[in-house]
Design a binder for this molecule. Structure first.
Ligand SMILES: Cc1ncc(COP(=O)(O)O)c(C=O)c1O
Length: 393
């Protein structure tokens, strides 16, 4: 029944399959029965397998069981959820925070709810062209007018905002760290535009949380953004925090509103209490062990410097997400296979995840990599790049 579609995907080198990692999500994983250096995980700080994070989850399972049994507003709210929300509010410096079941679920629920809060049918969304798919889907679901501006193009956004009726409710939506490009949204400029045009600014900091900023608070901290009630901070527990789930942080009135109107909060079972407990433990480690973030950034500098010197295009990355531009899906897969032969795993990213012609390897680095790991990756990319004529010999 689906053969024609599958055959077409295969012919275009766009077919995907699952691979099983038979180990924890560490810097070294077990893939196809072999130990392999892992450059594909968003477990940036190595907390997914941290003993304290695991112990917190196990203790919560033993105390509260596995499932939450109902949605948060019915009987699903337990002490680990409340403790985690208090920790997230303190971490982000917001008045309040709310857990949601995952980053995707958060975005497809929050954006429509925020647009609905404006009360009228004439609200307009403004979205960066490279926003994550979950933000795109949230914008689509909201059924509001939806304008896309070129990647990070503040001038175009300014023009689009200026052309929108002044009284129309407006929401600017952006990744903090762009997930496939590893570059940063121009948050100071976006906030200035939000103020000028009386818009809200929604920042999805899935990849900034724990990674960006002097104390890991995220991309807003990186830019030293002042507190502003029009800024809505969403983040995930699934990347640097090493678990699963998401949060939104902001004024208490925002959180109360989301509790009442966000469909992906209301109509789903509460996150397992163990995941909330694990995230609370991860937040404490982020505060206590800044050396993790320092190691991550050291690895990033070493790797980016070597690959740029070799002649690779790192596509403007500013973070531990390092895209290596390849340009077509078949070569991207061949380079990934070449790396795997040298026991380095890095995923080939192809359309529709990224625009056609920008196929890439997406390297993501971890605090728990060693310098040897980074050097092995650099060597493997040198060999593969020369074989495929991506870099000079
Ligand atoms: C920017 C961004 N937002 C949201 C998500 C979705 O988060 P989750 O994996 O928790 O559903 C991801 C990645 O998964 C992401 O990269």
């Amino acid at each position: 029944m689906f053969e024609a579609a599958l055959t077409s995907l295969k012919a275009r080198h766009l077919y995907r399959t699952l691979r099983t990692i038979a180990s924890g999500q560490n810097a070294t994983i077990t893939l196809h029965g072999r130990a392999c250096r892992n450059f594909g995980s968003n477990n940036y700080l190595g907390l997914a397998d941290h003993p304290e994070v695991k112990a917190a989850a196990v203790e919560a399972v033993m105390t509260y069981g596995v499932g939450a049994g109902a949605s948060r507003l019915i009987t699903g709210t337990m002490p680990p959820h409340e403790q985690c929300e208090a920790a997230l509010a303190a971490f982000t410096g917001a008045e309040a925070a709310l857990l949601l079941g995952g980053g995707y679920a958060a975005n497809v629920g929050l954006i429509p709810a925020l647009m609905e809060s404006t009360g009228g049918p004439d609200g307009v969304l403004f979205a960066d062209r490279y926003n994550h798919a979950s933000l795109v889907d949230g914008c689509r679901l909201s059924r509001a007018g939806f304008k896309i501006y070129r990647h990070k193009d503040l001038e175009q956004l300014d023009r689009l905002l200026a052309r929108t009726p002044p009284r129309a409710p407006k929401l600017i939506v952006t990744d903090g760290v762009f997930s496939m490009d590893g570059d940063l949204a121009p948050l100071p400029g976006l906030l200035a535009l939000a103020r000028r045009y009386d818009a809200l600014l929604f920042v999805d900091d899935a990849h900034g949380t724990g990674v960006m900023g002097h104390t890991g608070r995220g991309t807003c901290e990186h830019f030293g953004l002042p507190h502003d009630d029009r800024l809505i901070h969403m983040g995930t527990l699934s990347k640097a925090l090493g678990g699963f789930g998401a949060f939104v942080a902001g004024p208490a009135s925002l959180i109360a509103y989301v509790q009442n109107r966000c469909r992906s909060f209301l109509y789903t079972t509460a996150p397992p209490p163990a995941l909330a407990a694990a995230a609370t433990a991860a937040l404490a480690i982020i505060d206590r062990e800044p050396e993790r973030r320092a190691a991550l950034w050291r690895h990033r500098a070493r790797c980016a410097e070597a690959l740029s010197r070799m002649g690779y295009d790192l596509m403007g990355s500013e973070t531990p997400i390092l895209p290596v531009r390849i340009g077509d899906p078949a070569t991207a897969l061949a380079v990934a296979d070449g790396l795997l032969a040298r026991r380095c795993f890095a995923p080939a990213i192809r359309p529709p995840t990224v625009p056609t012609g920008t196929d890439r390897l997406r390297l993501s680095l971890m605090a728990t990599h060693t310098t040897d790991d980074i050097d092995a990756l650099i060597d493997a990319l040198r060999e593969a790049g020369r074989r495929h004529h991506l870099i000079p010999s």
